[in-house]
Design a protein around this ligand. Structure first.
Ligand code: DCM
Ligand code: DCM
Ligand code: DCM
Ligand code: ZN
Ligand code: ZN
Length: 273
């Protein structure tokens, strides 16, 4: 996701973590404000193009070698590259977070990666190989030429929140409050929220995050490329049915990512305390 998606994911998580989890991560992240998670949610993007951070570039996605729209599916052995992917990164940095022998700054850094990558795995095009996760597919967004990956990272969410030019923080506050209400009792996601965290296993981050990746990747066939990669080239996506469906998927995936991040951080804090 772009900044808006990551910050919103973190803010939703903040609203669902246990009090003990909040205390633990406020200390670890050295931030005693309510934005202790949101404040670090985009850090992994800020370092990926730096010299020292280059090794983390592949950690933001997993390239499913499937064939949308007829076949979607992710396989760890086939799709996670030698230099890593979002699934192996979640496993690695989760285990670093749980490692009491590591110095605090390493665990702090691991926390920042987990917070970011757990968000990214919920972006359907971060679980797809085709045209480098859609970066090579040119489409139109309100008449402007953009790539499909950017549309799903940022344009859809920004248009849902009232258009570009809005600062990410206030927009994320508004969106996260909205999603939080929809997840809570009485909201439209209340009935399904338990299923979102079913089968989450802190002792098996690979299997757990492969479940998230598989679910995310299924939207590549249903909503991202419903008629395949070539049919979408040059199409206007900001209007009509495509946008409606994309907005629904984006909303659901950010809600799930935030709720799951809360639960994942709870499991980590419970294990440590
Ligand atoms: N950083 C890091 N590991 C290092 C050096 C720096 O995690 N060995 C972090 C610190 C900052 C970010 O990278 O969050 C950018 O570093 P700097 O501000 O030192 O350029
Ligand atoms: N950091 C690092 N190497 C250091 C000191 C800090 O990698 N020698 C990391 C830990 C945090 C980030 O940099 O991820 C920001 O740390 P600080 O708040 O200490 O600048
Ligand atoms: N990306 C992806 N899958 C790929 C390559 C890149 O999901 N196979 C993502 C990472 C960034 C965006 O696309 O969010 C742009 O990546 P880059 O700047 O590395 O081209
Ligand atoms: Zn992206
Ligand atoms: Zn990312």
């Amino acid at each position: 996701w772009g900044s808006l998606g990551h910050i919103t994911t973190a803010m939703v998580a903040t609203n669902f973590v246990q009090p003990e989890t909040a205390s633990y991560f406020k200390v670890l992240l050295r931030n005693d404000t309510e934005h202790y998670l949101a404040g670090v949610a985009t850090w992994a993007d800020s370092i990926r193009y730096t010299k020292w951070g280059r090794f983390t570039a592949a950690f933001h996605f997993i390239d499913a070698h499937d064939s949308p729209p007829t076949y979607c599916g992710v396989e760890f052995d086939r799709d996670c590259k030698e230099n890593g992917c979002v699934v192996s990164a979640l496993q690695n940095y989760t285990s670093q977070l749980l490692d009491g022998e590591l110095v605090a700054w390493r665990r702090m850094q691991a926390a920042k990666f987990v917070i970011h990558f757990l968000g990214d795995i919920h972006q359907p095009l971060h679980t797809e190989d085709v045209a480098k996760g859609g970066n090579g597919i040119h489409v139109l967004w309100n008449g402007n030429e953009v790539n499909l990956h950017h549309v799903w990272d940022s344009s859809i969410a920004e248009q849902m929140l009232g258009g570009i030019g809005r600062k990410p923080y206030p927009a994320a506050l508004e969106w996260s409050a909205n999603l939080t209400a929809e997840i809570q009792t009485g909201g439209k996601y209340a009935a399904q929220r338990e299923s979102w965290t079913k089968g989450m296993m802190l002792d098996d981050p690979i299997q757990t995050s492969m479940g998230w990746a598989t679910e995310s990747n299924s939207f590549v066939c249903s909503a991202v490329l419903p008629e395949g990669p070539s049919a979408i080239v040059g199409q206007e996506l900001a209007l009509g049915e495509y946008f409606q469906r994309a907005a629904e998927v984006t909303e659901l995936q950010v809600a799930r990512g935030g709720y799951r991040l809360a639960k994942w951080l709870d499991l980590i804090a419970e294990r440590i305390n």
